[in-house]
Design a protein. Structure first.
Length: 758
C-alpha cells in the first residue's frame, strides 16, 4: 500500500507543477500581447518621441454625434491625437477637430444646426428672385424634370449639397490654401468611394470641404462629387471604418469608434426602401468587419450603444453625444495608458486649437463662369466691396442671391489667400439636367357631398434663351378648369430687374349658382382667349411692379338652368397694373414672412371692350410663429369701382376650405367679395429631413366674409361667419388637409384637400 503511494504523489506533484507553469506562461502571453510595445512602432514618432495615437471615426449619419462625446472624454483624459481618419459623418467630425475646433465647438455646430435647411438645396422662397417665388407658389411639387438633347434627365441626387457646402466652407474658411491635410492642426484623411469602380479613395490634399462632401455623399440622396476625374460617393460603401488608413498614416496605436447600425430583422423588411437600406447596411457591415480584423490587440475599439437612434435622426444629436461619452468612459481603464502628462498635453492643445484670425482684406472678386449666362448677370448679384475685410455672412448672402436665379446646380467659392488680403473666386455650375425643365402641379378637393374638383398641371420652361436670360414657357392644365398658357419673359438688363413679357391664354371655367340646400340650379360655362403685353421691374427679391395691356374674347353659355338663355359673347380690352410683395419662408405651411398684392384693371371701350369698368383686387397675409404655434391673419377683397351691373363672367367667387369653410368651393359669386380670416396651426410631430421632411399640423380658422351684388349692400351685418378645424401635412405632391368647416346658415362640410389653399 505504501509502496504505491509514492508514485501517485509524484504524479500529482508533476501535474501541479505543469499546471502552474502553463498558467504562468498563459498570463505572461496575455500581458505581453496587451502590453503597448506589442504594436510595432511606425517609425514616425511625434516630435517629443512619444508614440503616435491614431483616431478612426466611422460613418453612421446622425449617430456620428457620438464621436463628439468620445472626443470630449479623450480630452478629459489628456490623450493627444496624432492623426485622424474619418468616413462620412466621421469625416465631418474628424475634419473639424483636425482643423482646430474643440469638442465644444463641434457639438455646437451639430446640435444648433438647422438640419432641415442643410438637407435642402433650394433656398427658401424668401431668398428666391420674385419670378421663382411665383413658380414655388404655383407648383408645390418641387421637382424639376430636365429635358436635354431630346431626352428626359433627372438630377444625380435628391440633393446637390449647396447648403451643406456653404456651411462647411464658412466653418473651415481658415483651411483655405493649405498645401495638404498634413498641414492641418492634426494630420487628417477623408475616405470616399469611386462609384464607377467601387475603389476606396483617400483624400490627403486639395480642398478640405470637397473631400468631406465626397466622403458623406450618400448615393441617391446627395449627388456624387466630381473631383480629379472621379465620381465620388459616401466612403461607407467601400470603407466605413478606415483603420488601415490610420495605420498607413503612421499610427502606432489606434482608437477606433464604430457607430454603425445593425441589420434589420425579417419582419421590418416590408418595403423596397427597407430592402435597399438593408443591402447598403450589409455592404457597410462587411467592410467594417474587415477593418476591425486589421486592429491589433493593443488597439481600442469603442462601439457606443446608440439603440434606436437612426442615421437620419439629427434631432437626437445631444442624446448621441452622451451615449458616445458613456461608451468612452466605459473604456477608461484601457485608455489611461494613452494619457499624456500635463506639460505635454498643454503643448498638444495649444497646437491643436485654431487661433482667432483677423478677416483678410478683399483685394479682388472674380467670377469663374462656364455657364450660359453672361458674367454681368452673375456680377449684378455680388455687392462685395474690394478693399474691405471679408464678411462671411455677406459672402453667403451673395452666394444665395446667385443661387436664387435657379439655373445653377451649385454655386461654390474659394479664397486665394495672400499675406493679409484675399481674392474671392465665385464659381457657379449650371444644372446638368437643364436648361429645359418640366414641373408638375396637382390639386384635388372633395367635400363628401358630391362636389369635387381636381386639376393636373404640367409646365415646360425653356431657360437661358439668350444672353439676358430670356425664358419661354408653356403650361397645360386638365381638370375642372382646363387651361393652356404660354409666355415669353425677357429681362432687359443684366441685373434682371427690368423685364418685358408677352403671354397668351385659353381657359374654361364654370360659374355656379346654388340654392339654400347646396344644389346647383344654374351653371354657366365660360370660355375665353386672351393675350397681354406687359413691362415691369423687380425689386430685390421681394417684389414686382407690372404695367400692361390685355385683350380678351369670350363666350358664355348655360349648361344647367333655363335653356332659353342664349350663348353670350363678350370682348374685353384693358390696361392693368399690379404690385406684389412676398417674403414668406414657404408656401405650404409658412412660419414667417408676408405675402401681399394689389391689382388694378381698367376695361376701356377705346381698347375694344364692351364695357367701361375698373376692378380692384387686394390680398394680404402674414405669418407669425411663437415656438411651434403659427398665426396667419389675412385679408382679401375684390371689387368693381364703376358699375354694379356686370355680366356673370365678371363676378368673383368665394367659398371652400379656408375661404368661408362650410361652403363648397366657389359656391358664392358676386360683383364684390371680401374675406378676413385668422388661421392658427401647431406642429404636432415631424419626421424626415429637408425635402423629405413631413411635419404634422393641427389647426383651425376663424373667417368672416361674403359676396355682394352692389356696393351699397356691403356692411358688417351681412358678413357670414365661418370656421374650420384641420389636420395637415406636407407631402411630395403638396400639402394634404383633412378638415371640417362650419358656416352660418347651416352650411357645413368635411374636406379632403391636396394643394395650396392660403
Amino acid at each position: 500500500m505504501k509502496g504505491n503511494e509514492g508514485p501517485k504523489s509524484r504524479g500529482r506533484t508533476v501535474r501541479r507543477i505543469s499546471g502552474a507553469v502553463f498558467v504562468f506562461f498563459l498570463l505572461t502571453a496575455v500581458l505581453f500581447a496587451c502590453d503597448l510595445p506589442a504594436c510595432p512602432p511606425s517609425g514616425h514618432p511625434t516630435k517629443d518621441g512619444s508614440p503616435r495615437i491614431g483616431l478612426v471615426l466611422g460613418g453612421g449619419g446622425a449617430r456620428g454625434a457620438a464621436h463628439v462625446g468620445v472626443l470630449r472624454v479623450l480630452e478629459e483624459m489628456k490623450i493627444p491625437i496624432s492623426c485622424i481618419a474619418g468616413t462620412s459623418i466621421g469625416s465631418i467630425v474628424g475634419g473639424l477637430y483636425a482643423a482646430g475646433l474643440s469638442p465644444d465647438d463641434i457639438e455646437r455646430v451639430i446640435t444648433s444646426m438647422d438640419w432641415n435647411k442643410i438637407f435642402r438645396d433650394a433656398p427658401p422662397p424668401s431668398d428666391l428672385t420674385y419670378r421663382r417665388k411665383q413658380d414655388a407658389a404655383q407648383y408645390l411639387i418641387n421637382f424639376d424634370l430636365g429635358i436635354k438633347n431630346g431626352e428626359f434627365v433627372v438630377p444625380k441626387g435628391l440633393l446637390q449639397g449647396q447648403n451643406l457646402n456653404l456651411l462647411l466652407k464658412s466653418i473651415l474658411i481658415h483651411t483655405e490654401g493649405l498645401p495638404d491635410f498634413d498641414h492641418l492642426r492634426i494630420p487628417f484623411r477623408a475616405v470616399a468611394s469611386d462609384i464607377e469602380t467601387g475603389e476606396t479613395v483617400v483624400f490627403k490634399d486639395g480642398d478640405l470641404v470637397s473631400a468631406i462632401r465626397a466622403s458623406m455623399s450618400i448615393p441617391g440622396v446627395f449627388a456624387p462629387v466630381e473631383r480629379d476625374g472621379r465620381m465620388l460617393v459616401d466612403g461607407g460603401v467601400s470603407n466605413n471604418l478606415p483603420v488601415d488608413v490610420a495605420l498607413a498614416m503612421g499610427a502606432d496605436w489606434v482608437i477606433v469608434v464604430d457607430i454603425g447600425t445593425g441589420l434589420s430583422k425579417r419582419d421590418t423588411l416590408t418595403s423596397s426602401v427597407e430592402i435597399t437600406s438593408q443591402l447598403l447596411n450589409i455592404l457597410v457591415q462587411r467592410n467594417t468587419a474587415e477593418q476591425i480584423a486589421k486592429m491589433r490587440q493593443c488597439d481600442i475599439l469603442i462601439q457606443p450603444d446608440l439603440g434606436d437612434i437612426a442615421t437620419g435622426d439629427f434631432t437626437r444629436a445631444m442624446d448621441a453625444v452622451e451615449v458616445g461619452k458613456t461608451a468612452a468612459l466605459a473604456m477608461r481603464s484601457a485608455l489611461e495608458r494613452f494619457s499624456a502628462d500635463e506639460t505635454r498635453y498643454a503643448s498638444y492643445l495649444a497646437s491643436q486649437r485654431k487661433q482667432d484670425q483677423t478677416p483678410p482684406r478683399i483685394d479682388s472678386v472674380e467670377i469663374v463662369n462656364n455657364t450660359s449666362l453672361p458674367d454681368q448677370v452673375i456680377n449684378s448679384q455680388v455687392d462685395l466691396v474690394v478693399g474691405k475685410p471679408l464678411d462671411m455672412e455677406q459672402l453667403k448672402e451673395n452666394i444665395d442671391r446667385i443661387y436664387g436665379i435657379d439655373t445653377f446646380e451649385r454655386v461654390d467659392f474659394r479664397i486665394r489667400k495672400k499675406d493679409k488680403s484675399a481674392g474671392i473666386v465665385i464659381e457657379p455650375v449650371e444644372k446638368s439636367w437643364g436648361p429645359n425643365y418640366i414641373r408638375f402641379g396637382l390639386g384635388l378637393e372633395e367635400n363628401f357631398k358630391g362636389s369635387s374638383s381636381y386639376a393636373l398641371t404640367a409646365q415646360f420652361t425653356k431657360t437661358a434663351l439668350n444672353r439676358l436670360a430670356g425664358e419661354w414657357r408653356v403650361e397645360g392644365r386638365i381638370g375642372s378648369s382646363p387651361r393652356i398658357f404660354t409666355e415669353f419673359y425677357q429681362p432687359i438688363d443684366y441685373s434682371l430687374k427690368y423685364f418685358v413679357a408677352a403671354s397668351g391664354e385659353y381657359y374654361v371655367r364654370n360659374i355656379n349658382d346654388y340654392n339654400d340646400s347646396g344644389n346647383i340650379i344654374t351653371q354657366h360655362r365660360a370660355r375665353a382667349a386672351r393675350a397681354s403685353l406687359s413691362a415691369g421691374r423687380q425689386f430685390g427679391n421681394w417684389g414686382e411692379f407690372r404695367l400692361g395691356l390685355r385683350r380678351e374674347y369670350g363666350r358664355v353659355k348655360v349648361l344647367i338652368g333655363s335653356p332659353s338663355e342664349d350663348t353670350q359673347s363678350y370682348d374685353r380690352g384693358s390696361v392693368f397694373a399690379s404690385m406684389a410683395y412676398s417674403k414668406l419662408d414657404n408656401y405650404v405651411f409658412p412660419l414667417s414672412g408676408t405675402d401681399a398684392s394689389l391689382i388694378w384693371d381698367y376695361n376701356l371701350k377705346q381698347m375694344g371692350s364692351d364695357i367701361d369698368v375698373q376692378t380692384l383686387s387686394f390680398h394680404w397675409m402674414t405669418a407669425l410663429t411663437w415656438k411651434k404655434l403659427t398665426f396667419l391673419p389675412g385679408l382679401d377683397f375684390r371689387t368693381t369701382l364703376d358699375n354694379d351691373d356686370l355680366p356673370v363672367q365678371d363676378t368673383y367667387p368665394l367659398g371652400g376650405f379656408l375661404n368661408l369653410s362650410g361652403y363648397a368651393a366657389e359656391e358664392l359669386y358676386g360683383r364684390h367679395t371680401g374675406l378676413a380670416r385668422l388661421i392658427v396651426y401647431h406642429e404636432l410631430a415631424s419626421a424626415g429631413l429637408g425635402p423629405l421632411n413631413t411635419p404634422l399640423y393641427v389647426g383651425g380658422s376663424v373667417e368672416a366674409g361674403n359676396v355682394w351684388e352692389r356696393r351699397s349692400d356691403v356692411n358688417f351685418s351681412s358678413l357670414i361667419l365661418a370656421g374650420s378645424v384641420f389636420l395637415g401635412t406636407k407631402t411630395f405632391l403638396g400639402p394634404i388637409y383633412l378638415a371640417y368647416g362650419q358656416a352660418r346658415r347651416n352650411h357645413s362640410s368635411f374636406y379632403l384637400f391636396l394643394g395650396q389653399r392660403f
